[in-house]
Write a protein that binds this ligand. Structure first.
Ligand code: NI
Length: 204
């Protein structure tokens, strides 16, 4: 096994839509092994193939629960229920944490390394991790979908991320005042510059 280099935010590979795995061969299994080793070594609970530079629809995760190590090949979320907001981080975005709204429960269909179709129902942290990792396969980082903009910029500058402008969230984002119950407005570059705003992506 080998440790792989984890790509950090700003690398184009993290913005690409990954392609389905077509053949599960020896080299693909080695990649799965290496991804798991890299995840454990980095104290992460999940890693997606694009984070190690491979644009394949494949993730590994271990939320330190009864499931242990889970390998998902060509995963698809088939069911979502409820919503929950919690703090997330990402190995590709070190030292930055932000609140993200996710479905509370998901069902996912995927192939295991023997090419067998599997189904998994997840809630809580595992459900969150699945949604976070599957976003990676579509070129989405958690900082693209929620967080506290002002804090993000501050932390980004502190940790040497000068190019934080590409972190502007998607069209569905809304700006919410940090304090009080002021009006929710569409999120734009000008609200991004104003202090005292958080941005959040409502679930579709
Ligand atoms: Ni991540």
């Amino acid at each position: 096994m080998a440790l792989l280099d984890i790509k950090k935010a700003g690398k184009p590979v993290l913005k690409q839509v990954c392609v389905p795995v077509e053949r599960i061969d020896k080299s693909l299994k080695k990649l799965l092994d290496d991804m798991a080793e890299t995840m454990y070594e980095s104290d992460g609970i999940g890693i997606a193939a694009p984070q190690v530079g491979e644009t394949l629809r494949m993730v590994v995760m271990d939320c330190q629960d009864d499931h242990g190590l889970i390998e998902l090949i060509n995963p698809v979320i088939t069911y979502r229920e409820g919503s929950a907001v919690d703090t997330e981080g990402c190995l590709s975005v070190p030292n930055i944490f932000g609140e993200v709204e996710r479905a509370e429960k998901v069902k996912v269909e995927f192939l295991n390394r023997r090419g067998k179709i599997q189904h998994l129902t997840a809630t809580g942290l595992l459900a969150r991790c699945i949604q976070h990792e599957l976003d990676h396969l579509d070129g989405q980082l958690f900082i693209d979908c929620s967080g506290f903009r002002g804090l993000l910029i501050e932390q980004a500058l502190e940790t040497g991320y000068e190019d934080w402008t590409h972190w502007l969230p998607c069209d569905r984002a809304v700006a919410v005042p940090c304090e009080g119950t002021g009006e929710i407005t569409p999120y734009t570059r000008s609200t991004a510059r104003g202090a005292g705003w958080q941005w959040r992506i409502p679930l579709q």
